[in-house]
Ligand binder design. Structure first.
Ligand code: ASP
Ligand code: MG
Length: 425
């Protein structure tokens, strides 16, 4: 008898927000199980549980101990895993819930942002062999080693259940890894802004990473990276309807689709400008070192050409980090002796992403021309091989997104550009 296909399914918090939804998820799992697959199900905490637990901790203290915080946060996923298992039992489906540690997931010892070190899948395998659906609490593991932190529960960072799912799929060599969420898949742009945004049937790992990194919030970036490295085909799909999702995978046609694949936007952006910074070695290190130490992610950086021994240095950071960044930069400003520190938190980021941008001239010109025609001023620009990003005023964001979607004809289904040689053969 050929081995049954092994499927990993992950359900996010909104899909598990209450008892009704949990029962609905259980019915979906039962259906997949009835088709003969072996099933490992990874769950997030119910609804906004993680935020609520963080809120409780904050109500107790401003400086919760990291270890205790991870113990607390892990309970959210314990809760949902047990309830999904019980809902399956009620449907007559054999199932067992496992915590991350019980599922053999070990991590490094960095509380709150642990990385998976290894997965020892014996227990999961045994339960599958015993005919059970295995429900794994996502977002957590057990610190490796026998030192002080050894055996402690760790969490993987916000959105970390995606990472649990992809890591398990890689380790167990699953035939499918499905991420069930509250949208149907990956879109050419946010459908709440662009009425004719189109769901993509497939997207390459690199394109997905760029979209996610620039504000598309469907999946945790780390999980996509992990899928890429391990060649796990990831399907993002809705848990609320029966509709095909979007496949994230190596796209062999990528070179031939000479196109922008999608737009991402992000409002969680603030711009910081250091005016008239002395133009000498070491200044940038002096500014960005302390920000990095504080865990503030600096994104775009623009330094003007120096004039009269001074230069202006602008960069963007997440808007939620602005107050913290100011506290760090003010003493440095005095030390380095620059004229002024200005900030602007009414900016936003809009990006075009597509493997077709690579080595093809004209995309930047078209993007900037479109924004100009729409009356949108560009404040900063950055690029990667397959992405062009601009910083604009936040109140121009929706105009910009719609104009770009239309200019790059993203509402039209993609057709692979025929390769001359392929056509001839
Ligand atoms: N419950 C965790 C969070 O909200 C992990 C997850 O949802 O993936 O970040
Ligand atoms: Mg969540």
């Amino acid at each position: 008898m050929p081995a049954a296909p092994l499927v990993v399914q992950k359900f996010g918090g909104s899909s598990l927000a209450d008892a009704d939804r949990i029962r609905r998820v259980a019915r979906r799992i039962a259906r997949e199980r009835a088709s003969g697959s072996e099933l490992v199900v990874v769950v997030s905490a119910m609804g906004d549980t993680t935020d609520e637990l963080l809120g409780l901790a904050a109500a107790i203290t401003d400086t919760p101990d990291e270890r205790e915080l991870d113990m607390l946060l892990a309970t959210g996923e314990h809760q949902s895993a047990t309830l999904v298992s019980m809902a399956l039992h009620a449907l007559g489906v054999a199932a067992i819930s496992l915590s991350g540690p019980q599922a053999g997931i070990t991590t490094d010892g960095r509380y709150g942002k642990a990385r998976i070190a290894s997965i020892q899948p014996d227990r999961v395998r045994r339960e599958l062999d015993g005919g059970k659906v295995v429900i794994v609490a996502g977002f957590q593991g057990r610190a490796e080693g026998d030192d002080a932190a050894g055996a402690d529960i760790t969490t993987l960072g916000r959105g970390g259940s995606d990472t649990t799912a992809v890591a398990l799929a890689a380790r167990l060599r699953a035939t499918r890894c499905q991420i069930f969420t509250d949208v149907r898949g990956i879109y050419t742009a946010d459908p709440r802004i662009v009425a004719d945004a189109r769901q993509l049937p497939v997207i390459g790992y690199e394109e997905m990473l760029e979209l996610a990194g620039q504000g598309a919030q469907v999946m945790q970036t780390r999980a996509v990276e992990l899928g890429w490295v391990n060649d796990v085909v990831i399907e993002v799909l809705s848990s609320f309807e029966d509709a095909p999702g979007t496949l994230i995978k190596e796209d062999p046609l990528v070179e031939q689709r000479n196109k922008v694949r999608g737009l991402a936007h992000d409002r969680n952006v603030a711009k910081v400008t250091l005016v008239e910074v002395p133009d000498r070695p070491g200044v940038a290190a002096h500014v960005f070192g302390p920000l990095a130490e504080a865990g503030i992610n600096v994104d775009m950086i623009v330094q003007n050409i120096g004039h009269g021994g001074a230069t202006d240095l602008s960069f963007t950071i997440p808007r939620v980090e602005l107050a913290k960044a100011k506290r760090i930069l003010e003493p440095i400003a005095r030390e380095l002796g620059f004229r002024e520190l200005t900030t602007d938190s009414s900016v936003a980021k809009v990006s075009i992403v597509g493997a077709g941008i690579q080595n093809a001239p004209g995309y930047a010109a078209r993007m900037f021309g479109t924004l100009a025609d729409a009356g949108v001023n560009i404040e900063m620009i950055s690029t990667s091989e397959i992405r062009i990003t601009t910083i604009i005023a936040e109140d121009a964001l929706e105009t910009a997104v719609r104009a770009l979607h239309a200019a790059f004809e993203l509402e039209r289904p993609e057709t692979a550009v025929a390769q001359p040689s392929a056509a001839a053969g």
